[in-house]
Design a binder for this molecule. Structure first.
Ligand code: RNT
Ligand code: ZN
Length: 413
């Protein structure tokens, strides 16, 4: 008997069907961010990354153009199992000459659509409201300068048009996620004014209606950014209300809350009111976010909330981390594989049984049984998933990355 067959038997004795878990897992889309490959640089002329987010490290091999980013992403696709999507940002437009962000058009993303189609993956999109000289005093959609605000409103509208086009071409709705860094380092004298300006900007951006078959609109909140510690215009309360009142979807980035808040707990709260909840799965460390996703408690809890609520097609899972201090492809692969691992872990738990102990107030058994599963042969089922998905089993993927580093990445100087 193989390790998988032994594991299957052990799980079956406890009423858990590993075959069913593997089938479901293969259908859960995870949107992999393109920006891990070049430290959120994008293809516009080389400006620096600004907007309260930072990459640190200068590990060699960063992708310098569309071709290199696509090549690197191909390696990621070959090493990560599951139903994948690629998450793009507006700064990854492929254009012959410089195009202002408020002038971007669907055609600037045709090459990405072709790329995704030929790899059998979906596409998501984000307008880019950071790293731009068009921001004034660090502000975009909440700027008191009308010309600045209007520029960014036009960018928001252009991005939604692009997203709806992508969704139509791909035959699968494109998540168009809006995040702005707007905020202040110092305690502000006016907290309402910027929020009312943001609200007005959003009203303008979302006044254009598209078929929900093609686009799902989300807004991403944040508690603070680096250098913007005292105030963020787009706070959680702001967007939750805006989204609820305007039929949009909230995006929870688990690096955007106070460290003791559980983002897993927020998922069912939103599921009670919304058809969709979008995620940026990341790993916060102290004051910073965007570390490579590890198979930690928080990730497991997030996955449990998705699986036990049967919300694997209502929660739109996206990844959001960028580490420039290690091999970027390895960073990508580690985090993405961990996401799928956590989903599998949740699929292999006796979720209904545990819930019944909760409802009958048998908290002793609820705790004891859930702890028992921490030492179940989950790894053997994970290996089987990788095998069936034709991606390397165990750490074999690292050898592929090492070879790619030798052959390709190390030559980018
Ligand atoms: C920043 C947000 C945002 C970005 C990406 C690049 O704090 O998390 O989602 O990381 O859009
Ligand atoms: Zn994010």
């Amino acid at each position: 008997m193989t390790n998988y067959e032994l594991a299957k038997e052990k799980y079956a004795k406890h009423g858990i069907d590993t075959e069913h878990a593997l089938e479901v897992l293969a259908t859960i889309p995870v949107s992999i961010h393109c920006w891990q490959g070049d430290d959120v640089g994008g293809f516009e002329s080389k400006g620096s990354l600004t907007g309260g987010i930072q990459t640190t490290g200068n590990y060699p091999g960063k992708a310098r153009n569309a071709k290199e980013l696509m090549d690197d992403f191909d390696v990621v696709l070959s090493l990560v199992p599951g139903s994948k999507r690629i998450n793009l940002h507006a700064i990854y437009a492929i254009t012959d000459e410089k195009v202002e962000r408020d002038r971007l058009e669907p055609k600037h993303f045709d090459a990405w659509i072709d790329y995704a189609k030929s790899r059998g993956i979906g596409v998501d999109f984000n307008p880019t409201f950071f790293s731009s000289p068009k921001m004034k005093d660090g502000l975009s959609l909440s700027s008191p300068d009308e010309e600045t605000r209007q520029y960014w409103v036009r960018h928001g509208k252009a991005s939604r048009k692009i997203s709806a086009y992508i969704g139509e071409k791909m035959g699968s709705p494109c998540l168009c996620n809006l995040w702005i860094p707007d905020g202040y380092k110092e305690v502000p004298a006016d907290r309402l004014g910027p929020r009312l300006r943001l609200k007005k900007s959003l009203d303008e951006i979302y006044s254009v209606k598209y078929d929900p078959k093609y686009i799902i609109d989300s807004c991403e909140s944040k508690v603070f950014g680096i250098g913007l510690e005292s105030y963020t215009v787009g706070s959680a309360e702001f967007y939750q209300n805006y989204c609820a009142l305007n039929g949009l979807c909230c995006l929870l980035d688990n690096g955007h809350f106070h460290p003791t808040e559980s983002v897993a707990d927020k998922i069912p709260s939103l599921l009670a009111f919304h058809e969709h909840v979008a995620l940026h799965v990341t790993r916060p460390v102290r004051w910073d976010s965007d570390h490579v996703v590890r198979f930690d408690d928080e990730l497991r809890e997030i996955a449990k909330e998705i699986i036990r609520n049967h919300a694997e097609h209502r929660v739109l899972i996206g990844l959001d981390y960028f580490d420039a201090s290690i091999n970027r492809v390895a960073a990508w692969v580690t985090g993405a594989r961990n996401m799928y691992k956590a989903l599998l872990n949740a699929l292999l738990l006796p979720n209904e049984e545990l819930a019944s102990y909760q409802d009958s107030a048998n908290f002793t058994k609820m705790l004891a049984v859930s702890e028992e599963y921490t030492t179940f042969p989950f790894g053997d089922v994970w290996d089987e998933f990788c095998r069936r998905q034709n991606v390397p089993v165990g750490l074999d993927w690292l050898a592929v990355v090492d070879q790619y580093e030798k052959d390709v990445l190390s030559k980018r100087v």
